[in-house]
Design a protein around this ligand. Structure first.
Ligand SMILES: C[S@@+](CC[C@H](N)C(=O)[O-])C[C@H]1O[C@@H](n2cnc3c(N)ncnc32)[C@H](O)[C@@H]1O
Length: 268
């Protein structure tokens, strides 16, 4: 095993950076040859940047999500493990009811790419408002049939009104009032537009609910992520819209209430 000397960051992250510099997978470090002086310099510089707070995935340019890997970098939100759970719920639902899927707030494209990879043949649409994030999604979804649009989800895909089978969203949802609880890495490096959404974190959630009510066919499904502190409020907003039945809150990997699902009621 290549010796990983003491470093200012967790050992697993140091291994990832060393493997990245050597152009191998971390598991191949077991049999790797030592870095050249140039590789050692690059590794040391990445260690310093990581210790200063730059996200690991921005340094390697890659983030893993369920069955896929996406390219990421400054300007785009790094996909999180909790979103993998919600995406799993959607994949399961679509397995028995395939059709048209709309992702709101697509970011890097990780969710849509995972859905396209795990369930080929769906009709997929996705929207992103931020041009920089959009360009990452374009790159990550280039080999798929996902129809990607740059714009505000509020007015997206009017041609699909009442036709979508599933709407999925991981919108910005951190309450601006909870800014003090957000890690320095996120605050200093990830786009604020991807993270915060109004004082109570519910601005984008309300838009997601309204857009899903417009896009979904009767008995189509909505799933969206929200702040743990907003689980009850998110479910209440879905109920209050009058458009949905079967409103359910689901836990993430750490058993925190993290996403809500609902079924579109009859369109009157
Ligand atoms: C939390 S990130 C989620 C990205 C990706 N879906 C994921 O789970 O990794 C939210 C994304 O929504 C985008 N966004 C924010 N407001 C939006 C709006 N009104 N319409 C479309 N996209 C929006 C942000 O730019 C950001 O890329």
């Amino acid at each position: 095993m290549l010796n990983i000397p003491h470093s200012p960051i967790p050992r697993a992250e140091a291994s990832t950076l060393l493997a990245f510099v050597l152009g191998i997978e971390p598991k191949e470090l077991l049999t790797a040859v030592p870095p050249s002086p140039d590789q050692e310099r690059r590794y040391q510089s990445l260690l310093v940047r990581r210790a200063a707070g730059e996200p690991l995935q921005y340094l390697t340019g890659k983030a893993y999500f369920r069955t896929v890997a996406v390219e990421v970098g400054p300007g785009v939100f790094i996909p999180r493990p909790e979103t993998e759970v919600m995406t799993g719920w959607a994949v399961e639902w679509l397995g028995s009811s395939p059709g048209t899927v709309v992702e709101l707030c697509v970011g890097s494209g990780a969710v849509s790419l995972a859905v396209a990879t795990e369930l080929p043949g769906l009709r997929q649409y996705a929207v992103e408002i931020d041009p920089v994030a959009f360009s990452w999604a374009e790159r990550n979804l280039a080999q798929t049939q996902v129809l990607l649009r740059l714009g505000d989800m509020a007015t997206s895909f009017p041609e699909l009104d009442q036709q979508a089978d599933l709407v999925i969203a991981n919108p910005p949802y951190v309450p601006e009032d909870e800014l003090g609880l957000v890690g320095k890495d996120v605050l200093e490096h990830e786009p604020a537009l991807a993270v915060f959404s109004g004082p109570d974190g519910l601005d984008a959630v309300q838009t997601v609910i309204a857009v899903a009510a417009r896009l979904l066919r009767p008995a189509g499904a909505l799933c969206f992520e929200h702040a743990e502190s907003n689980a009850a409020a998110a479910a209440e907003l879905v109920r209050a819209s009058g458009a949905f039945t079967q409103v359910q809150t689901h836990p993430d990997l750490t058993r925190r209430p993290r996403f809500t699902t609902a079924v579109r009621g009859p369109v009157l």
